[in-house]
Write a new protein. Structure first.
Length: 180
């Protein structure tokens, strides 16, 4: 089975646990933190994938490192170690996030802006664009990008809504060159 197929199986198990215990938001935030640790800490991944280090030592590292994380998530990480699947942790969390968003009728959005958006601005963008894509809400990740000059550019799935000044200038330039 492919790496993504295996990751999806574990993500489905986590989503069923979240549903059973009504822990969607807790799992979402905790798994986001776990993902951040795995992405930023290459040494952790090297230690967990080292065959010379015993499984119980690896599990102890997970237990101690994620002591403030739900035992259900910690046990899932330990199970991955038992089955030599620690390399799929990030993929599993990404799959979980998609399934969680789908279950709660939420979409992920990347919003590019010149400056950090306030919570009120994020809430307004979420309500307006969630209705456009048929979702109840958007989980907004704000990315500061000075190259857009002004306005915002929003990516929801494979849709892009470009209200940036640089996007408008680009469209105007294309229009001028095609009208010659």
């Amino acid at each position: 089975m492919s790496k993504n197929g295996v990751a999806k199986r574990y993500a489905l198990a986590l989503i069923s646990l979240a549903k059973e215990h009504n822990l969607y938001s807790q799992f979402d935030s905790e798994l986001a933190e776990v993902r951040k640790v795995f992405v930023q800490n290459q040494d952790l991944q090297m230690v967990l994938s080292n065959p010379k280090i015993r499984k119980d030592s690896k599990k102890h590292i997970i237990q101690e490192g994620f002591a403030n994380v739900s035992p259900l998530i910690v046990n899932t990480l330990k199970l991955l170690i038992d089955r030599h699947r620690q390399s799929i942790v990030i993929d599993m969390i990404d799959e979980y996030q998609e399934l969680s968003n789908e279950a709660r009728n939420v979409a992920s959005a990347k919003v590019y802006s010149v400056r950090e958006l306030s919570e009120a601005e994020k809430a307004t963008l979420s309500s307006v664009f969630a209705a456009k894509v048929g979702k109840s809400a958007l989980m907004i990740e704000n990315i500061v990008d000075p190259s857009i000059i002004g306005g915002v550019k929003i990516r929801i799935g494979n849709r892009i809504y470009d209200g940036s000044v640089s996007g408008k200038l680009e469209r105007l330039g294309r229009q001028l060159t095609t009208n010659r």
